[in-house]
Design a protein around this ligand. Structure first.
Ligand SMILES: C[S@@+](CC[C@H](N)C(=O)[O-])C[C@H]1O[C@@H](n2cnc3c(N)ncnc32)[C@H](O)[C@@H]1O
Length: 413
């Protein structure tokens, strides 16, 4: 790759905060080469970085964008969100500002609107969807969804909130669609968006976005999202991307599969038994109460908080590994599973099963050098008998032989 292409690749990565995967890099190089064909790479590089480069940047972003999303993605987390955040917000009776940051093609915005309707708050709520990608936002604004994207929507909600259109497409009902707003916004850029005179949000949902960012970019974004919260506001990340460090600006609490981050001083945080003073970087966790069934009456008062159960980083890592395996088996994209596994390894570096799976994902994606390095680390942990083997189905013997076969397959024994 020539130095000018390298320069534009680095610029796009820096401007979007993206930790480029090998495939994203390849697609980006291809896009740069195609778009620079007319004026030449020197002129093109200067154009992209210059004051009129914004439109060109949007073109290049479309080459690296990963818009994988679904309506009702991660139902377990949505149950926690509804019970622990949306129901208390609905009881407050005030107008609500909600932001889906990195909303891709709008499925998360529609999901939030349906959940708000279910807790009786949709008519006084507005949900803002933002994304870096112009193509994604153009698609999101339609608030129409394919049958494939509808598959997780509970049947009881499907008929109530979605209207069938021609061609097996479903549209969010106008009463809810009218509560949505959309904007193209790069989370690396300030100022952050606001909603009809309000520049703070009661709830910010930013799921499966930080996973694609460089660590430092993710840190900056979390700080800014925290600043965008009302004092009693909540930030929700995906279950695979809990914050890995304690932050002074956010109070962490966790319920079931979900971590919530609340602006300090919040009444909600106190209600939830949050661990603001915890000495660990990890949140206090308690098991979820069973989700209410469709026919069950809604509780009139918040459930009494159960005593928090403190997890060690290793236990937290194992929990993340279990989740990543569960999602991989549900067909989640390998790159997202990889994000979950990496975070599990950050917390529990000796989790050998996670190392093996990371190597396997690299190998399948053609990243041979990364795969070999990770297989070797797994092999070394097993040989030194230092491996954390909490997943019995991937026991030491099976893993040792799988690692050996993989290294042989890659000619790296
Ligand atoms: C995998 S999708 C997640 C969609 C949705 N939040 C969900 O969980 O289903 C990630 C989205 O984040 C967006 N994104 C990535 N980097 C971003 C940035 N710097 N600013 C804003 N959006 C970004 C991508 O364009 C993509 O649409």
């Amino acid at each position: 790759m020539g130095p000018q292409v390298e320069r534009v690749v680095a610029f796009v990565a820096r401007r979007t905060g993206t930790a480029l995967s090998a495939q994203q890099r390849d697609r980006l190089v291809q896009a740069i080469t195609t778009r620079a064909a007319l004026e030449g790479l020197d002129t093109y590089a200067a154009l992209v970085e210059g004051p009129r480069g914004a439109t060109e940047l949007l073109h290049l972003i479309s080459a690296i964008a990963v818009h994988k999303t679904d309506l009702f993605r991660d139902e377990g987390q949505l149950d926690d969100l509804r019970r622990e955040v949306l129901e208390p917000l609905a009881r407050s009776g005030r107008p609500l500002a909600v932001w889906s940051a990195g909303c891709a093609t709008g499925e998360e915005v529609a999901t939030l609107l349906v959940l708000l309707a279910e807790v009786g708050a949709a008519t006084r709520a507005t949900v803002l969807g933002s994304d870096l990608s112009l193509g994604a936002i153009s698609r999101a604004q339609r608030l129409t969804f394919s049958a494939e994207s509808m598959r997780r929507v509970p049947p009881s909600l499907r008929g109530r909130y979605f209207a069938p259109q021609e061609g097996d497409v479903w549209a969010l009902v106008p009463a809810l669609a009218g509560r949505a707003r959309f904007v193209v916004h790069n989370l690396m850029d300030t100022p952050y968006p606001s909603l009809a005179g309000r520049d703070r949000f009661d709830l910010v949902v930013c799921r499966n976005v930080l996973i694609y960012l460089e660590l430092e970019a993710a840190r900056t974004v979390v700080g800014r999202l925290g600043e965008a919260l009302e004092p009693d506001g909540t930030l929700v990340l995906s279950t695979t991307e809990p914050l890995l460090e304690r932050r002074a600006d956010l109070v962490t609490s966790a319920f079931g599969r979900t971590f919530f981050y609340t602006r300090p001083g919040s009444k909600l945080a106190t209600q939830r038994g949050a661990s603001a003073t915890s000495s660990s970087s990890l949140p206090a966790v308690r098991p979820s109460a069973p989700p209410p069934t469709a026919s069950a009456p809604r509780p009139s008062a918040p459930p009494a908080p159960a005593p928090p159960l403190r997890l060690t980083p290793e236990e937290e890592g194992r929990q993340l590994l279990a989740l990543a395996l569960e999602w991989a088996s549900e067909g989640q994209a390998a790159e997202e599973t990889l994000g979950g596994l990496r975070r599990a390894l950050y917390l529990a570096p000796k989790l050998v099963a996670a190392r093996y799976l990371v190597a396997l994902i690299h190998e399948r994606a053609g990243r041979t050098a990364d795969a070999v390095a990770e297989y070797r680390r797994a092999g070394a942990l097993l040989a030194a008998r230092e491996a954390d083997l909490s997943h019995s189905f991937l026991n030491a013997e099976r893993l040792a032989s799988a690692v050996e076969r993989a290294l042989a397959r890659l000619g790296a024994l």
